[in-house]
Design a binder for this molecule. Sequence first.
Ligand SMILES: [Fe+2]
Length: 297
Amino acid sequence: MATMATSAAIDLAVRGTLAFRPLSAVAGVEITGIDLAEPLAPENREAILAAFLAHHVLVFRGQHLSTERQAAFTLQFGELEDHVIRLGDGKPPPLVHVVSNLDEHGKPTAKPYSSGNYFWHTDKSYHAIPSYATLLHAVDLPPEGGDTQFANTAMAYAALPEETKQRLAGLRVVHSWEASRLNTGNRPATEDEKRDRPPVNHPLVRTHPESGEKVLYIGTHTSHIEGMDRTEGRALLAELLAHASQPQFIYTHQWREGDLVMWDNRCLLHRAVANYEMAKHKRVLHRTVIRGTAPPV
Ligand SMILES: [Fe+2]
């Protein structure tokens, strides 16, 4: 491929039938030449995993997957996660669940049932074993906007002054579903939800288990820093989030019909952007989440 920007990408191109096009220096690679409804050939799975490690966000174009097919594709990379949130009927959502701005009547609304996805976070950091990857498949999109942004937390950590890195070393952060609900102005966590997902703590500076890079492991699911005054700890977390979400660390994904996007929750923050008429247009995506590994203590 003449357009390849990195030696890793050139290597991927010659190993399989897939075409890879990097989307930004921060994150993102477009992948074409594959139908994800079919089982993956071993060499394609290997090429996809190499691209995942190199680019963190995979953008597969032109896919049309049923929820069953999306689950089957996801299962080729790991175990599906379940979800803590309880819906209006008191039940958890299915393993392939719907992310949308629709109300209980299926109409677009500016105040969806849960709006936590519009705040910077990394999926399920409130789990002792947080997630490896998330997959979103575009089902119904607004005519424009409704983007998803990704912030590269390895680049953000690397850009910190040395003295800040030293200050952060060894700190642990408490993450919880309860804190997440409070931080995002959603209805408070129910007693059932709190019992299902008690607070956990993780290193503030996490080492990516595959690349070995250090990343800032933060976001809107965080409560406070262990052993630090709460106000001081929360101020530091807010400062780090502001640092990590600067434009130079961000890739903005503009959705196209048929996109399936898969990203690495271990080195990225993400959020949906309300840059569309939420009360007028539908934004519906199908989501699957893959269980990861526990950050080392
Ligand atoms: Fe998310």
